[in-house]
Write a protein that binds this ligand. Sequence first.
Ligand code: 6PG
Length: 469
Amino acid sequence: MADTYDFGLVGLGVMGRNFILNVADNGFTAYGNDLDEEKVNALIEEGGDTAKVNASTDAETFVKALSTPRKIMLLVPAGKVVDIVIESLLPFLDKGDIIIDGGNSFYTDTDRREAYLKEKDINFFGAGVSGGAKGARRGPSIMPGGSREAYQFVKPIFEAVSAKYQGEPCVAYLGPKSAGNYVKMVHNGIEYGLMQLTSEIYDLLKKAGDLSNDELHETFATWNAGRLQSFLVEITSGIFAQKDELGEGDLVDKILDKAKQKGTGKWTSQNAMDLGIPVPTIDIAVSMREISALKTERVMADGIYNRPSLAPVVKDSLVSKAEKALYFSFIITYAQGMHQLADASKEYGYELQLGEIAKIWRAGCIIRAALLADITEAFQADANLQNLLLSPSFADKVQETVTSARELVAYGATHGIPLPGLSNSVLYFDAYTSGRLPLNLIQAQRDYFGSHTYERVDRDGIFHTEWEK
Ligand code: 6PG
């Protein structure tokens, strides 16, 4: 067997198998590796021609089959497995070879691995891959970070296999070290926010508007044909049309209301707190998954408290306000995520270009949306834009939709329909756009009880007062 395969991939689960077949479809030869013989055989069978796609359970055979510098992608579960796989490959690698971690690894793990492998002259990339199993097969959005020089070897393959937006590949070199994993983490935080908001609007339309699943299917489909066009709105429409194969009725009504999580949304939130960047829509999306997990307690509490009865609404007007509120809160969620990226870039030296990031999110990934074309333009117009809310084009969009968001938040609060993502989006907007907040009082309190000092609006310096009472 000649050492001619262009690309290697470890981890032949659904994502890995699909990714490698995508690589082969684009004219590159590819070699897979997995400890599970069944997966190896399944790939060889599906690949058809072993000169183009081949696989082995043996690490040495796998590594030796690849042309140098070797480009080896790992699509294995984040955590210890990544370290174990790296150790299994290391004895057979040569200087200059490239390992790419395509999983949702925590960014500090990527920094640690990059430093460890650098000592051995092995290049390490953390490359977020978004789009699920279908995306891996037909074209994902790829977010690579690592050595800029080594990226040149990976670039042709990634550009070929990635999703395309109007012919432009949804992949770009994002920055050094863990930049790629970090960007993917925030992508997932935004994903959590958008999903939470969509579920709240569903709840509102169902409870207050009495929309049937068929009507919800139609409503989301209509929205998806407009400015809300996005992968998540599109699949939401599809979900409402899905019949239950195990019984009567629609599948959505049979699904237990406990949302699981693998941690990337929580990491986004935790890191935003560390950076001091507010992302309350993402925070509450994480909290809602936690509240959803408390099903037994929620059912008990539901039996204790009365819920206000619902006031009648005009269906068409509710649907129209819901569209505006969803659009508004989607903007706010992207604004928070982009703000976090801007700050993290300074803090961690990523040198991120937010316009490039928005650009590679326009297709392939879970948060792809028509809005991302506008976000790309906003950051291209001003690369130093602090926050999307400061962009004149977004100011118009927000101005036009915020009133509906407010009205629905008020309706939800009055009638006991929980809309925490929408509420937090409105409160973030109101706070961020308040030239003066009442936190002067907090500074006074801190100085009063702890001599923590304060600044003044009318002169420079640090002040402390001996408060009289
Ligand atoms: C993607 C997704 C994906 C993630 C799932 C599950 O971009 O393709 O973000 O990477 O694994 O969305 O995330 P949770 O299990 O935390 O919901």
